[in-house]
Ligand binder design. Sequence first.
Ligand code: UD1
Ligand code: MG
Length: 452
Amino acid sequence: MAARTCLAIVLAAGEGTRMRSARPKVLHPIAGRSLLAHVLDAIGETGVTATAVVIGPGEAAVAAEVKRLSPNAECFIQHERRGTAHAVLAARSPIERHPDDILIVYGDTPLIRPASLLRLRNATADGASAAVLGFRAANPSGYGRLIVSDGELIAIREDADANTTERAAPLCNGGTMALAGKTALTILDRIGNHNRKHEFYLTDAIEIARSMSLRAVAIEVEEDEMRGINTKKQLAEAEAVAQQRLRQAALDAGVTLIAPETVFLSADTKFGRDVVVEPFVVFGEKVTVEDGAVIHSFSHLAGAHVGKGVSVGPFARLRPGTRLGEGARIGNFVEVKETVVEAGAKANHLTYLGDASIGANANIGAGTITCNYDGAAKHRTEIGRDAFIGSNSALVAPVRIGDGAYVGSGSVITQDVPDDALALGRSRQVIKQGWATRLRGLKALGKKNRSR
Ligand code: UD1
Ligand code: MG
């Protein structure tokens, strides 16, 4: 199999109007990545040797996403929406290179599993000229029906064109198909548009193959894999399926999810061993959590690396560029952004650490703020190892607090603090002995005068 060449064609020319959105349909995300990213990932795991993505005119954003995700994939523009076979032929030039297999996948079907795509490829390797994924639909209306006889797929009939017997066929067409490369172009070029919608239907490929004495097969998969997304409701349903899969994979890998249904993951979230995630935690893109870390409830993480044995939250927010070293502690109502927190350092309460580096074992007191923004530019705060920042301090960047230095509580620090020094940036305390007694005496006198 590895030696066989395979061209994947992703149909992604969008109308997308039912999403009620300015964003092209295939760029909407589930589990933190675009629908298109999920499809390209699945394809990437099936050993394809070339990828073509068919997009509509004026869909530069989709082309940009393709470039970002698969720099070697080629985009082709289908200038008019004239049906799925017409869309496939927009990628005529790579088809003409006669790969062994051609996989055709819809860009709005993100839950497709690589294993199912491999089953399609195996079918063409075994001599079928076409293989199609089918499923038992809870509600078949709108789907093409797979007409199977004696184990062979003999036709796909579109819902609008089907008779009553055909409509009762148990398997629906998922739309994902493999064609043997040597006969693909001959078949595709014979497809006409003599149907109710006057579209060039890819599904007609089956009857044409049969008329050429070629073999076609149907392969059954779960309905979830074939969910196509046209509406925000379907997007939310697909998100639920994707989350279900990611939670299951995390549990299988040994992560403790106390209430899995309340934890939201990204497709790229990575966990080490013996990680505990408490209820109600959200993982955005690009988060890695190392062995033995605990993520407490109501925390939100994105673009963060959480080191071994770290404790995060409850109610913590880790933003992109956060790196927490071994055994660090980030407590409640602490926000961290573009900041490296070295091993053993702690910020346990009510703190903002932005554009900073925090040395090993430093202690950041409650209410500390790195003032990183002056209204025009961002500046860095450096805090040395073993430093101690007293509570309610404002560190006005750019500024450096030396190794082992102390900052007194309530300070506003605007100048660098040398190693092992104490910095106090607040007004000196004043004591007025007996002041309260005198005040009370004056008040009592005033009352007596008024009551006269
Ligand atoms: C198609 C199948 C139907 C199947 C269903 C599964 C055909 C004729 N019908 O119907 O059997 O049950 O999918 O969801 O193939 N596209 C283009 N250019 C076009 C037309 C479509 O790129 O001119 C792309 C769309 O962006 C989409 C995919 O092809 O990703 C499917 O098109 P769609 O219009 O949704 O086909 P269905 O009517 O759902
Ligand atoms: Mg559709």
